[in-house]
Design a protein around this ligand. Structure first.
Ligand code: ATP
Ligand code: MG
Length: 361
């Protein structure tokens, strides 16, 4: 039996991820939803109605389907691939193509690619075409089976971000299959971890999987650094920044002296535009004309209030001074924060269990 007594309630207008090792029954589950496979027992309800009670074509029209490698029609142009379902539904060629063009833009494809054939596109572009094609008839449900697993990590991240943006814009109900737990945690509103034999190991929001894995199988599947990954669910909003330890590149001797305090061993030097340039011990700074080449690198800054405690901790770990640099959305230095302060914020956040909301980074 490929899937055994699986019971899931999939929330609408959100992304539900099915994740698990190869052969655990993810594809089988997905295909039961659009009746490419009929379950031997049990029922599947869509909006409360049994899916076997409606004609299979009507059902499939309400569900876009995206697979690995996009599964495009090789002999059709990109625009005609995307227009496939509207054409099947009897739309005129012009109307279907206009819709296809609109969707190309939606999924971030250059309109100049419309007349090309699938083999003339990169893997990532083909995957976007697959998503556009699935969205063409505006179905309320999207089924996606490992759609991004054949592309490199950078393109994959781009496609994931794009999917999250599309989801926020279009509010589709998406069931997404992957065997990559990081992908599941990043994009899932709810994540179903499946084990071999088509059994459900745990069904929970990603933050809860990381904080409370149901058993050793789930824990093992999550991998070793789940404590660190969990931090991406804690916002950096409440993190108290030290704003006094910043000097501009043209700071006077008095300004440098005023900024140097015993609790901050280094000062962050910023350009005249407020962007961080690097760290320096106060005594090493030349008043009026700091040489940026002499500064210690500042690592990766985090966007205060927007990125998570994980990003803040990462910034501190990467920084040679052990202090992370916080910036605003424009990239201007907003303050600095020590590893110790971040560690305290983490303890407080854990204590308050304040991890319901997903944060970027
Ligand atoms: N048409 C079929 N007939 C019989 N058994 C099948 C069929 N398709 C798949 N299976 C079996 O059902 C089980 C689940 O397969 P399924 O394709 O759903 O796994 P999966 O989780 O999608 O795996 P993967 O990550 O490798 O894609 C496997 O043991 C597989 O061998
Ligand atoms: Mg599969």
């Amino acid at each position: 039996m490929a899937v055994d007594r699986l019971s899931l309630e999939i929330p609408d207008r959100s992304i539900t991820v099915l994740v698990g090792p190869s052969g655990c029954g993810k594809t089988t589950t997905l295909r039961m939803i659009n009746r490419m496979i009929e379950p031997s027992e049990g029922t599947i309800l869509l909006d409360g109605a049994d899916i076997t009670k409606q004609p299979v074509n009507t059902l499939r029209r309400s569900m876009g389907y995206v697979i690995q490698n996009a599964g495009l029609f090789q002999h059709r142009t990109i625009i005609d691939n995307i227009a496939t379902v509207p054409r099947l539904l009897g739309w005129s060629k012009d109307k279907a193509r206009a819709r296809a063009r609109e969707l190309m833009e939606r999924v971030g494809l250059d309109g100049a690619l419309a007349k090309r054939y699938p083999y003339q596109l990169s893997g990532g572009q083909q995957q976007r075409v697959g998503v556009a094609r699935a969205l063409a008839a505006d179905p309320p449900v999207l089924l996606m089976d490992e759609p991004f697993s054949a592309v490199d990590p950078i393109v994959r991240k781009g496609l994931q971000d794009e999917l999250l943006r599309l989801q926020a814009e279009l509010g589709k109900t998406i069931v997404f299959v992957t065997h990559d737990i990081d992908e599941a945690i990043k994009i899932g509103t709810m994540v179903a971890v499946m084990r071999t034999g088509g059994r459900l190991a745990q069904y929970a929001p990603p933050a809860e999987l990381l904080s409370d894995p149901a058993d050793a199988f789930v824990e093992d599947f999550l991998g070793t650094d789940r404590g660190i990954r969990r931090l991406s669910f804690f916002p950096s909003t409440g993190l108290e920044l030290t704003t006094t330890a910043i000097v501009a590149v043209d700071a006077t001797a008095e300004q440098i002296a005023a900024r140097a305090t015993p609790d901050v061993p280094y000062l962050l030097v910023t350009g005249l535009d407020g962007r961080p340039l690097g760290w320096s011990a106060p005594g090493d700074l030349t008043a009026g004309a700091v040489d940026p080449a002499e500064l210690l690198p500042f690592g990766r800054p985090f966007v205060h209030g927007e990125e998570s405690l994980r990003a803040a901790l990462d910034g501190a770990v990467l920084s040679p001074t052990g202090w992370a640099v916080a910036v605003d959305r424009e990239g201007r230095a907003a303050g600095v924060v020590s590893q110790q302060t971040i560690a305290e914020a983490i303890r407080t956040a854990h204590a308050e269990g304040r991890d319901a909301a997903k944060v970027a980074g």
